[in-house]
Design a protein around this ligand. Structure first.
Ligand SMILES: [Zn+2]
Length: 125
C-alpha cells in the first residue's frame, strides 16, 4: 500500500494544487511526517476534507472541455480521463456541490476506503 501512496503523490500537478483550500497548504508543510507516520488513509482524508458529508453520484467520466481532458481523484490524485492509459480511471463518484467548480471526483477505491470517515452517500445516477 505504501507504493500506492507514492504513485498518488507523483500525480499531483500544480493546477490541481491551486484549487485546494488553504488548510491543505498548511498540511503540506508537514507532508513528510504525514506520509510516513500517519495511518494509511489519513492523507487522502486530508486531501478530500472539503468534500466531507457530500452526496456523490456514480457515473462514467466525461471530459469537461476540449482543453480540460482529465481530472484527479480529490483524495488520492488518481487520474480520470476518457482516453486509455496506465492507471486511468473511467468512472467514479462525482460531487456537484461546489459553486466554482462543476464537479470533483472520487475514485472507486477511495469511496470504498473513506466513505465511513467522510460521511459520503452515493447514488448511481
Ligand atoms: Zn482516489
Amino acid at each position: 500500500m505504501h507504493k500506492t501512496k507514492l504513485r498518488g503523490l507523483a500525480k499531483i500537478d500544480w493546477l490541481s494544487l491551486s484549487r485546494l483550500p488553504p488548510t491543505i497548504w498548511a498540511a503540506a508543510q508537514v507532508i513528510d511526517d504525514v506520509m510516513t507516520a500517519s495511518p494509511e488513509n489519513e492523507w487522502k482524508i486530508e486531501n478530500a476534507s472539503h468534500l466531507k458529508g457530500v452526496r456523490l453520484h456514480f457515473r462514467r467520466y466525461t471530459q469537461w472541455s476540449e482543453s480540460w481532458d482529465h481530472d484527479h481523484c480529490a483524495a488520492c490524485w488518481a487520474t480520470f480521463a476518457e482516453f486509455e492509459g496506465l492507471d486511468i480511471q473511467h468512472e467514479g463518484y462525482a460531487a456537484y456541490h461546489l459553486k466554482d467548480a462543476c464537479y470533483e471526483w472520487i475514485c472507486q477505491a477511495c469511496f470504498d476506503d473513506l466513505k465511513g470517515n467522510m460521511e459520503w452517500t452515493a447514488d448511481d445516477t
